[in-house]
Ligand binder design. Structure first.
Ligand SMILES: C[S@@+](CC[C@H](N)C(=O)[O-])C[C@H]1O[C@@H](n2cnc3c(N)ncnc32)[C@H](O)[C@@H]1O
Length: 231
């Protein structure tokens, strides 16, 4: 995926790195995701899940242990080598055409917010293409409010500290920042750029892909649920 270029230099820390600047070693060592309850909540129970941009399986492994069946897709063979217990597919999300449909399609890690509009259309087309008629798309995005209010922040436990810093707003509708991970005293810096998407814009982009924003989801506001438009 081509992401918008920003003022920061490339990632630092132990590599290898994916094209979008993620350290394989870091993602392989990060703890499992603890926010996968949203999948069961959206699907109403264990489901077949297509996880787009699964990386080293931080979310995949949590989904599998919660009883979901998962196919993980990533453009990095080094990342996929760490995934256990799920079928994996090496390739880009935008080009993916498996000829299969899933009860849940997951587009996490703010990948939509990192893409410019033409690429977003391709990512959403892939999501729609792989969604069962009664399936649901779950995606994470940065809300417009996040762009107005984001400031440096940090969260930490005994092993892991994650901090967001070096926030730059040099272009309207763009935020460049660095996410710094300190895991067992080893440090990685991952610069990234995200693109502001207004709600009406996202609603229209979903509709253009044959998807309808599911209103009223009570969970974290960084999640969007969308249903396929059928017929
Ligand atoms: C920030 S990592 C997150 C991995 C995993 N979702 C997690 O939360 O641990 C993003 C992953 O998405 C993959 N990725 C980004 N853009 C992609 C694309 N267009 N097609 C396939 N994989 C992509 C990267 O290779 C990387 O492994």
């Amino acid at each position: 995926m081509t992401i918008s270029s920003g003022p920061h230099s490339g990632p630092t820390g132990a590599g290898p790195f994916t094209p979008d600047g993620c350290s394989v070693e870091l993602y392989a060592r990060l703890p499992w995701a603890d926010d996968v309850g949203v999948v069961a909540e959206a699907a109403g129970g264990p489901a077949s899940v297509l996880e787009l941009g699964c990386g080293a399986g931080r979310v995949t492994h949590a989904l599998l242990s919660a009883g979901h069946r998962v196919v993980g897709v990533d453009q990095s063979a080094e990342m996929l080598r760490h995934v256990r217990g799920a079928r994996t597919v090496l390739g880009t999300i935008e080009e993916l055409r498996l000829g299969e449909r899933f009860e849940v399609v997951l587009l996490m890690s703010y990948l939509l917010s990192m893409a410019e509009k033409p690429l977003r259309a391709r990512l959403l087309a892939t999501c729609r293409e792989h969604l069962a008629d009664d399936g649901v798309l779950l995606l994470q995005w940065f809300t417009p409010e996040w762009f107005d209010t984001v400031t440096p922040r940090e969260q930490a436990d005994e092993r892991l500290r994650i901090s967001l810093h070096s926030i730059v707003r040099d272009t309207p509708g763009r935020v460049h920042a660095v996410c710094e991970y300190t895991l067992d005293a080893q440090v990685w810096q991952q610069p990234f750029t995200v693109v502001r998407i207004e709600r009406a814009e996202l609603r229209a982009e979903l509709a253009a892909a044959g998807l309808r924003w599911r209103e009223g989801f009570a969970g974290d506001r960084n999640w969007v649920l969308a249903d396929p438009v059928t017929g």
